[in-house]
Design a protein around this ligand. Structure first.
Ligand SMILES: *Cc1c(COP(=O)(O)O)cnc(C)c1O
Length: 414
């Protein structure tokens, strides 16, 4: 590694206003973790909270904990902590279920808002589960009521016309990291009378989001990526206040009922956003996410974004100026303003390169068919990690180490 690069990294770390945040995470210094966009690192407070929830609350207070430790309110209290990160005023965000399940609820509701239209418009490169859920709804309702149309990004604006009931998009593309202009697309969709659903899986906790200011209708996002809630942490759902009184969603479980403990045989909608809950909340996961979100206390989202851009730019400049990384093609926008907190590099041997990086202490991830994806978590990644990751990538590439047969073996999760 060039000393100049390392020196600059150390300098940037010294002047990083977020540098103290790293100590709030359980991080193995021997591993450079650049996959916080798939599974965030473990906040120490989340580990402690899990311990407490298991030993004291579950272990000792048992069922009384629903009241005594306010377990029953966690979907709302955690939702309000997420709200600050996504630009949502109080009373519009709740945490429950997975993104997939929540999209089913939101898509159904959104379609019901436009009874004379049938089309859900999305992007072909959207995260597959988002498309699969829409396709499932199409199968359930029949094409006469729900018809999914996917187009390339370039065709989105031209495809937005008065036949569209719902525009469903992911804010930051999971492969390239490209950011959609949320304000502009939401405005365009509203102009033709469509309802908008944004998926914030790669946005929340990585960059500022302004749902209320953009007049977004509905949104979902992920608890286990940049929010660091742990594997399988529940997702969040946002429903703008103006839609809540009319909101109906088909997974009308008892936690969404106006009075769950009245055990009424007939469903009645709960107050506002509460009706988007379905079954019993996963208290262990919610507790971990609750504690994980406290790491964001005192963190300015502008500072978070500045650090994220700093890390990405530092990485890109080093890669693009490297004499041995010429075989990689940049699959993310070059302009930082058009990117989230990740960089994807294209290479024919992307899979083997990922495996070789893993064996050499760097964790990126592979996205089929040919991308090595590096995620930069501004709360705990350092510039020095980035310098070392680039150095490892150079070493693996110039030595052709990645061509060794063991790196070609496929794992179940990539
Ligand atoms: C990670 C991710 C999901 C995950 O969905 P789950 O149902 O919570 O597993 C959905 N959409 C996008 C865009 C993602 O990046």
């Amino acid at each position: 590694m060039s000393f100049a690069l390392l020196e600059r990294a150390l300098e940037l770390d010294r002047s990083d206003p977020l540098s103290a945040k790293r100590a709030e995470f359980e991080i193995d210094d021997a591993r450079i973790y650049l996959d916080g966009n798939s599974l965030g690192a473990l906040p120490r407070a989340a580990a402690e909270r899990l311990q407490k929830t298991v030993q004291e609350e579950w272990g000792k207070d048992l069922i009384g904990s629903w009241n005594e430790h306010a377990w029953i309110d966690l979907p709302i209290t955690v939702g309000e902590k997420v709200a600050r990160l996504i630009g949502a005023a109080a009373g519009q965000t709740v945490v429950c279920d997975s993104i997939s399940v929540n999209l089913f609820k939101l898509l159904s509701f959104a379609l019901s808002l436009r009874p004379d239209r049938t089309r859900i418009l999305s992007e072909r490169s959207n995260f597959p589960t988002d498309l699969y859920v829409a396709q499932g709804l199409q199968k359930l309702l029949g094409e006469g009521r729900c018809e999914v149309r996917t187009v390339e990004k370039e065709a989105l604006e031209n495809s937005l016309d008065e036949s569209v009931a719902v525009l469903m998009l992911t804010h930051v593309d999971f492969r390239s990291g490209r950011i959609h202009d949320m304000a502009e697309l939401t405005r365009r969709a509203h102009e033709v009378g469509a309802v908008v659903i944004w998926d914030l899986a790669h946005s929340a906790g990585a960059l500022p989001v302004a749902l209320d200011d953009c007049a977004v209708d509905l949104a979902v996002g992920c608890g286990y990526k940049y929010l660091n809630g742990g594997p399988g942490a529940p997702s969040f759902v946002y429903v703008a206040s103006r839609h809540q009184q009319s909101a109906q969603q088909p997974l009308s479980g008892w936690m969404g009922h106006a009075a769950p403990f009245a055990f009424d045989p007939d469903y009645r909608d709960g107050e506002g956003i509460l009706r988007f809950l379905c079954g019993t909340p996963p208290i262990l996961s919610l507790s971990a996410l609750d504690a994980a979100l406290d790491v964001f206390q005192g963190v300015e989202l502008r500072a978070l974004r500045a650090k994220s851009i700093g890390l990405c730019e530092f990485f890109l400049e080093a890669v693009l100026s490297s004499e041995v990384l010429g075989d990689f093609e940049l699959a993310s926008p070059r302009n930082a303003e058009e990117r989230g907190s990740q960089i994807a590099l294209r290479h024919d041997d992307a899979y083997a390169i990922c495996r070789a990086l893993l064996e050499n202490g760097v964790t990126p991830d592979f996205r089929a068919p040919d991308l090595v994806r590096f995620g930069f978590a501004p709360l705990y990644n350092r510039y020095v990690d980035v310098a070392r990751a680039v150095h490892t990538l150079e070493r693996i590439t110039s030595s052709r180490l990645y061509l060794e047969p063991r790196f070609a073996e496929r794992t179940k999760v990539t």
